[in-house]
Design a protein around this ligand. Structure first.
Ligand SMILES: Cc1cc2nc3c(=O)[nH]c(=O)nc-3n(C[C@H](O)[C@H](O)[C@H](O)COP(=O)(O)OP(=O)(O)OC[C@H]3O[C@@H](n4cnc5c(N)ncnc54)[C@H](O)[C@@H]3O)c2cc1C
Length: 382
């Protein structure tokens, strides 16, 4: 917009709306860059929505069919994880259980085998780490696998993290850095006047702010003053089994779902993908579908007891891609939402690059393709 100031003072008030992994990663990155007046407002408890429900799989390659902008962003974030986990441990003494064993994608049919062959070939030709395994080779490293597994791809650099510990570590880090953390307080409206953000109306009071970042996950559209966003909730259900003793090492994927072994012995199975609004129920049909997918991968699951189940809302934008960057409609408004199925994976890079955008006004080429501008072009105000 003509005549806009691009100046940022580290004393400017920044308000982050939504305290999931995305909001908390951004506030931490801002505070580490010297931003002094940073507040994150959460309508419930910090990190108890999608960021709590997630599986914590950090697997950019497993479903990738092209070396596109999304793969570049996702791999860059995954590659930050070792440093991110180490830094968080130093800052908070919390181990986020980054597990680098790798991810195994198993095929049961000829059609799936053909698809795997194509993925293996193109990823190899791009220099990405991927290994081809026969069914027997896969069973040799994961003996619990079904005899029905024909072949597998192993992605040695696709990891997993304990996302609930990640939430705890981010919260503690933010607390230590002096970020103002406000819980149980809902932002009802982001106030803008003359195309500039002025602050937020909350269930308690009005809070002034010159920069407001929308990190409200699946709820983001309802508070967007520019009406740019169309983010919807996509429900995912999860089951948790307790195998004795734990016999799975890799995250194991099939085209129908996945199994995640946690360090404490839990085995998590997911998930469903349902457009049912903000209904957080675990349903009989959802649980049955997850269980049958899990048994297909690992027949022994039949004998295991389900000890927990839950559901959460993936924040999905209309093109399935994240929405990252400044609004060109309203000065001071920033988006970091729509992370859909990959918000845990994308948390470190989102934190770094959105903080950089706010503090230095520098837009990394990695996030440029995910700018809100791609929707603003279609907006009725244009
Ligand atoms: C079942 C399931 C499995 C998943 N598995 C994985 C996985 O393996 N790997 C991966 O990378 N990703 C996974 N995801 C996706 C990942 O969980 C999300 O992309 C990520 O958590 C999004 O983070 P967020 O901070 O944007 O959203 P959230 O964690 O939902 O946080 C948004 C926060 O904003 C708050 N809020 C909303 N509106 C307001 C308001 N008006 N005022 C104040 N606060 C507000 C909410 O209460 C919430 O706490 C999974 C998701 C689900 C549901």
């Amino acid at each position: 917009m003509a005549g806009r100031s691009n100046q940022f003072s580290t004393n400017s008030k920044i308000i982050i709306v939504g305290g999931g992994v995305i909001g908390l990663s951004i506030t931490r990155a801002l505070a580490l860059r010297g931003a002094r007046d940073v507040t994150v407002i959460e309508k419930g408890e910090f990190g108890r929505e999608a960021s709590w429900a997630a599986g914590g799989i950090l697997a950019p390659q497993i479903e990738a069919d092209a070396a596109d902008d999304f793969l570049r962003l996702a791999c860059a974030s995954r590659d930050l994880y070792r440093h991110f986990a180490g830094a968080l441990h130093k800052e908070t003494a919390i181990d986020i259980e980054l597990d680098t064993t790798g991810t195994l994608y198993v095929a049961f049919s000829e059609a799936e085998e053909r698809e795997f062959r194509a993925r293996f070939d193109w990823q190899r030709s791009e220099g990405l780490a991927v290994e081809w395994m026969s069914g027997d080779e896969a069973r040799a490293i994961e003996p619990v696998l079904s005899p029905g597994v024909r072949c597998a791809l192993r992605f040695p650099n696709d990891y997993q993290v304990e996302n609930r510990r990640l939430v705890e570590a981010l919260l503690t880090s933010n607390r230590n850095l002096g970020v103002q953390l406000i819980e149980q307080c809902e932002v009802s409206e982001i106030i803008a006047a003359e195309r500039r953000v002025r602050g937020v109306k909350t269930s308690r009071e009005f809070i002034n702010g010159s920069t407001v970042v929308i990190t409200a996950g699946a709820w983001s559209s309802s508070i967007d003053p520019s009406a740019t966003l169309q983010v919807e909730p996509v429900r995912g259900q999860m089951l948790c089994f307790r195998p004795e003793p734990l016999t799975v090492r890799h995250v194991i994927y099939s085209s129908r779902g996945y199994l995640i072994p946690r360090r404490d012995g839990r085995l998590i199975a997911g998930s469903t993908s349902e457009r049912v609004g903000f209904d957080k129920q675990v349903t009989e049909a959802g649980a049955a579908a997850i269980k049958s997918m899990a048994i297909e991968i690992m027949p022994e699951i039949k004998t295991l007891q389900v000890v927990d189940s839950w559901a959460g809302f993936r924040p999905r934008a209309s093109d399935d891609l994240p929405v990252l960057g400044k609004s060109s409609e309203i000065e001071g408004l920033v988006f970091a939402t729509g992370h859909y199925r990959n918000g845990i994976l994308l948390a470190p890079i989102t934190g770094e690059l959105i903080a950089e955008t706010i503090v230095s006004n520098a837009v990394s080429p990695l996030i440029e393709p995910f700018s809100p501008g791609r929707f603003e072009l279609d907006s009725p105000t244009q």
